[in-house]
Design a protein. Structure first.
Length: 63
């Protein structure tokens, strides 16, 4: 299963452009999750008819 989560700030690059979108590739049988930045072009393929989930918890880490 794959889902795309959007953050409020850039988290990496995809296709040579900064992006706020992260794809979580979940392998439930083996309990493995792989995360990587994706472009807006990739979202339609990954999420099909679903929208991007929004999560900005990456930017609320305490120092």
């Amino acid at each position: 299963m794959r889902i795309v989560v959007g953050t409020l700030e850039s988290v990496g690059a995809s296709r040579g452009e900064m992006t706020t979108l992260i794809c979580y590739d979940l392998h439930l049988d083996s309990k493995i999750v792989h995360c990587y930045p994706v472009s807006g072009v990739d979202v339609g393929t990954i999420m099909e008819d679903g929208g991007v989930l929004v999560d900005d918890s990456f930017h609320f880490m305490q120092t």
